[in-house]
Design a protein around this ligand. Sequence first.
Ligand SMILES: CC(C)=CCC/C(C)=C/CC/C(C)=C/CC/C(C)=C/CC/C(C)=C/CC/C(C)=C/CC/C(C)=C/COP(=O)(O)OP(=O)(O)O
Ligand SMILES: O=P(O)(O)OC[C@@H](O)CO
Ligand SMILES: [Mg+2]
Length: 227
Amino acid sequence: MYNMKEWDHVFKLDPNKEITDENLELVCESGTDAVIVGGTDGVTLDGVLHLLARIRRYEVPCILEISNLEAITPGFDFYFVPMIMNSEEKQWMMDLQHQAVKEYGDIMDWEEMLAEGYCVLNPEAKVFTHTQCRLPDSEDTIAYARMAEHMFHLPIFYLEYSGTYGDPELVQEVARELNQTTLFYGGGIRTKQEAEEMKSFADVIVVGNIIYDNLKAALQTVKAAKQ
Ligand SMILES: CC(C)=CCC/C(C)=C/CC/C(C)=C/CC/C(C)=C/CC/C(C)=C/CC/C(C)=C/CC/C(C)=C/COP(=O)(O)OP(=O)(O)O
Ligand SMILES: O=P(O)(O)OC[C@@H](O)CO
Ligand SMILES: [Mg+2]
């Protein structure tokens, strides 16, 4: 399934974490719509290449969510480029992306690249500190969503609660604002019920850490998202 508009559920695998071949097979053959490779820290070219080669044994679409300039490699189906809208530092919204386009612009296949307007809502998440975020309230968040759709025309708006379960009411409010831009929700989904709840508002749910903590529960989120 290479059309993101048809996705409901994706798994996010962290190149900085261990996963056995057996568990990786279960993830890739779970019926999820895609596997994203990404994480905040310890993302190296070696780690990314190793995981890519292992995921490529399966048919599932495979996406690199770019964390840093050093760990970009050809071979993925798509490249997701985070732009951190609630960062206080311009580099996380503009400058790193500018630097990468300067370096790779001549060889880039723009059809494979999708920019993600990120709004990071968990102040305890590594990515929140790493990208110098400011915690937005609901009004701020809705304004970011409107900017993502109407000012920047971004393909993806990503409500990122990495590590903790978010506020379903806010996800619902944001969902009401978006028509063209696809809403991704990620963070703290650990049960079927949570997957179902967030999927009832977001277009796509992202399931990450639970893969490493409780694979059986992680696998159950696929069916829940697709009901
Ligand atoms: C060579 C070749 C074929 C190239 C392909 C062409 C191509 C697509 C080039 C790229 C073009 C481009 C514009 C690239 C952008 C480069 C870049 C460095 C952008 C900056 C991205 C950014 C803002 C990163 C910081 C935020 C971050 C780390 C996001 C990662 C996603 C995320 C939030 C992960 C969450 O991690 P988490 O699971 O929470 O971590 P823990 O569980 O460990 O806590
Ligand atoms: O790891 P969790 O908390 O499931 O979050 C998923 C994803 O949004 C992280 O970028
Ligand atoms: Mg993670």
